[in-house]
Design a protein around this ligand. Sequence first.
Ligand code: AMP
Length: 305
Amino acid sequence: MTTLGQTLSTLSPDATSRRPDMIVIRTPHDMLSWARAQRTSDSVAGFVPTMGALHEGHMSLMRLARQQCGTVVVSIFVNPTQFNQPTDFETYPRPEAEDLAVCEACGVDVVFMPTAEQMYPRGYATTVLPEGVADTMEGASRPGHFAGVATIVTKLFNCVAPDRAYFGEKDFQQLAVVKQLVRDLNLGVTIVPVPTVRDTDGLALSSRNARLSVKERNAAGLIPVILCEAQCMARDDRQALDIVGHVSTRLRDVPYSRIDYVTVVDGDSLSTVDTPDERSVLAIAVWVGDVRLIDNVPLLGHLVT
Ligand code: AMP
């Protein structure tokens, strides 16, 4: 069996060691070499793709991967092709040293941190274009977003060759798109959903929360309260139209807010629902100041706060 140390010694000089049991790999070529060397072992390879600025939400994915897999790879890559606003991409936080410390603390074996130039070199001209569950909500509001996501996930899976990959339910539609991608392209990776981790006031943790001012962050604390009200309405057998109306009215009253969408969908097909049932999910996207927040709750599941 190849040890991490032996594998590291075969990699080019920019694959540096953070400490004996965690290595950082910076090129797709080295990542693939490492993954191929690992194939000789029979341990399950777990993968957590991220864009960095790691928080407790990401850590819950890493910890679950650590529990379930023999090796754990985390990628940190702010993927330019899934951003449809240049300023959002440019201002996305990139705290590399802190992120590596978080990965170490979670017992990660390998951190894959390529540059955009390495992932999309000159002449790059291939895109994976998901349809179906990618067409609504985020797909409608952010043209090109899921093509960017599907393309980078495919590329990362090809570099890392995982058995299992961990995705947060916070990005509920992304999870559906990735499941569809794996099914449609026979990628042979088991997708593991991980519940949303929330702050003490119920706001879903997000790397973008750091860009909220204190006043905006306080205002954003109303979002989980409103989602909880929606869950109570569903328990009282209210129709989706009423729930969407109530949530929209309440979100409009949140200071600094602007609604992008509020919808009730089937958790599998993502088609809109009239009468909520056990599979129904309320999904929202709302701007608070300059920060776009998304969240979702199962209408008849556990209360969000
Ligand atoms: P990102 O770095 O935002 O691309 O997220 C990387 C992964 O972490 C995705 O699968 C997200 O769904 C997941 N994630 C982000 N925030 C949370 C959260 N609050 N709870 C659980 N998973 C999350």
